[in-house]
Design a protein around this ligand. Structure first.
Ligand code: MTE
Length: 346
C-alpha cells in the first residue's frame, strides 16, 4: 500500500463529540417535524443547517451515489440508538465528516487517497444484492432489503487503524455481523467467512487498469469466532446518513481491532468455508499482510514501524499517538488469540 500526500487541515476542525451529539439531537427533532408533512429529512439536511454547527467544511453531496434509496435513508435516520457504552463507543474526538469521506482507501477507484471521493460519482447501489454461499442451510441471492430488513441499526463509534499508520474515529451505523450470520444458519463445517466486493469494471476504474497489482474482486476473510464477535459489525452508514460510495456503499464490514484493509467495502458475497480463504492483500504480499492482521504495535510491517499512528485530520503538525494493542480493544478480543504467536500469525 502506498502512503500518499498529506492534506493540510487545521486541527481546529476536529469535531468534539458533544457538537456531533447536539447535531444528532437536532436532526432527530427535525426529522420528526418533517414526518408530519411527509418529507422526512429532505430539505432539512441543508448545507446551512450542517454548516451551522461547523461539522462540514463543504456542502453535503449526493454521497457519490446515483440515487439514495429512501427506505435505507429512513431506516438509518430513524433508528433508535440504545445508549452506547463500553467498547462500543469512545469519547475521543471524531474525525470530521470531511476527512472521513475524502481521505480513503478504495483501490477499485484508484490508489490516491482522494480518488475514491473524486472518481466514484454516480455509483449505483440500487438494485444491490448479496449472495450467501457455502456451508449454510439458507444459501441464495438476497436483495439488499432482504439482507437488512430484520436488523435494527445502531451507532458505534470506533477507531479505525489503517496498516499505513493513519487512524480515524468514526460514528458508524450498522448491526452485528453475528445477527446476520445466525439468520442464514451456517452448518458445523463453517470455520471461516469470506467476503467479496462488487466486481464492476464499468463503474470501478481500478478494475479497468491493465497493470493492476491487485487481483479482483477484492476479497477478505475472518475466522468464524472473529466474525461472531460482538464488536464485528456490518456498516450501512456514517454520521447519520447512508454510506457514501467512497466508504463502501451500501454495505461494508467493520472489524475495529484489525488493520483497516480487513474491513472490506461494498460487499456482494458472503461465503462460509471450511478452509481459510485467500485474501487480496495477502495474495499481493503474504510477508507484509497476514490473514489475521490484528493491530499490533509490537510487530512492524517489513517496511515501517506500527508503534505509532497519525490521527486524522492531518495538519501542519501531525497528531501522532501511540498505537494500542488490538487498536485498544484487547480486553474484548485478546482471548481469541490465546496461545498463538502473534509474530507468526500476524
Ligand atoms: N475494501 C475494498 N473493497 N477495497 C479497498 O481498497 N481498502 C481497505 C478497506 N476496505 C479497501 C477496502 C483499507 S486499506 C482501509 S484502511 C479501509 O477500507 C478504509 O476505509 P475508509 O476509507 O472508510 O476509511
Amino acid at each position: 500500500m502506498l502512503i500518499k500526500t498529506k492534506k493540510q487541515i487545521p486541527s481546529s476542525e476536529i469535531t468534539p463529540e458533544s457538537v456531533y451529539r447536539n447535531r444528532r439531537e437536532f436532526l432527530k427533532g427535525s426529522a420528526n417535524i418533517a414526518m408530519g408533512v411527509g418529507a422526512i429529512g429532505s430539505g432539512l439536511l441543508s448545507p446551512g443547517a450542517l454548516a451551522q454547527d461547523g461539522l462540514m467544511a463543504r456542502a453535503p453531496t449526493d454521497l457519490n451515489l446515483a440515487s439514495k434509496p429512501q427506505w435505507l435513508v429512513d431506516k438509518v435516520r430513524n433508528r433508535a440508538d440504545a445508549p452506547a457504552s463500553g467498547p462500543f463507543t469512545t469519547d475521543e474526538a471524531l474525525t470530521p465528516f470531511e476527512d472521513a469521506t475524502t481521505y480513503n482507501n478504495f483501490f477499485e477507484f484508484g490508489t490516491g487517497k482522494g480518488d475514491p471521493a473524486s472518481r466514484s460519482g454516480g455509483f449505483s447501489i440500487d438494485p444491490w444484492s448479496v449472495e450467501i454461499a457455502g456451508e449454510v442451510n439458507r444459501p441464495g441471492t438476497y436483495t439488499l432489503e432482504d439482507i437488512l430488513a430484520p436488523h435494527a441499526f445502531e451507532e458505534r463509534i470506533y477507531r479505525l487503524r489503517c496498516v499505513e499508520a493513519f487512524s480515524l474515529v468514526v460514528p458508524w451505523i450498522g448491526f452485528p455481523l453475528a445477527d446476520l450470520i445466525n439468520r442464514f444458519e451456517p452448518n458445523s463445517n463453517a470455520r471461516f467467512v469470506e467476503f467479496e466486493t462488487l466486481y464492476d469494471p464499468e463503474q470501478m476504474p481500478g478494475h479497468r487498469q491493465r497493470l493492476s497489482s491487485l487481483t479482483w474482486p477484492y476479497r477478505e476473510g475472518l475466522r468464524m469466532d472473529e466474525a461472531m464477535h460482538p464488536l464485528t459489525i456490518m456498516v450501512v452508514g456514517l454520521y447519520d446518513d447512508i454510506l457514501p460510495t467512497q466508504n463502501g456503499a451500501p454495505l461494508r464490514l467493520m472489524v475495529p481491532w484489525k488493520y483497516g484493509f480487513k474491513s472490506i467495502k461494498s460487499v456482494v458475497r458472503i461465503n462460509f468455508r471450511r478452509d481459510m480463504p485467500p485474501t487480496t492483500w495477502n495474495d499481493y504480499a503474504s510477508n507484509e499482510y497476514g490473514f489475521y492482521s490484528n493491530v499490533n504495535p509490537n510487530v512492524s510491517h517489513p517496511r515501517w514501524s506500527q508503534a505509532m499512528e497519525r490521527r486524522l485530520p492531518s495538519g501542519l503538525f501531525d497528531r501522532r499517538i501511540e498505537t494500542q494493542m488490538f487498536n485498544g480493544y484487547a480486553d474484548e478480543v485478546a482471548h481469541l488469540y490465546q496461545g498463538m504467536d502473534l509474530r507468526e500469525y500476524f
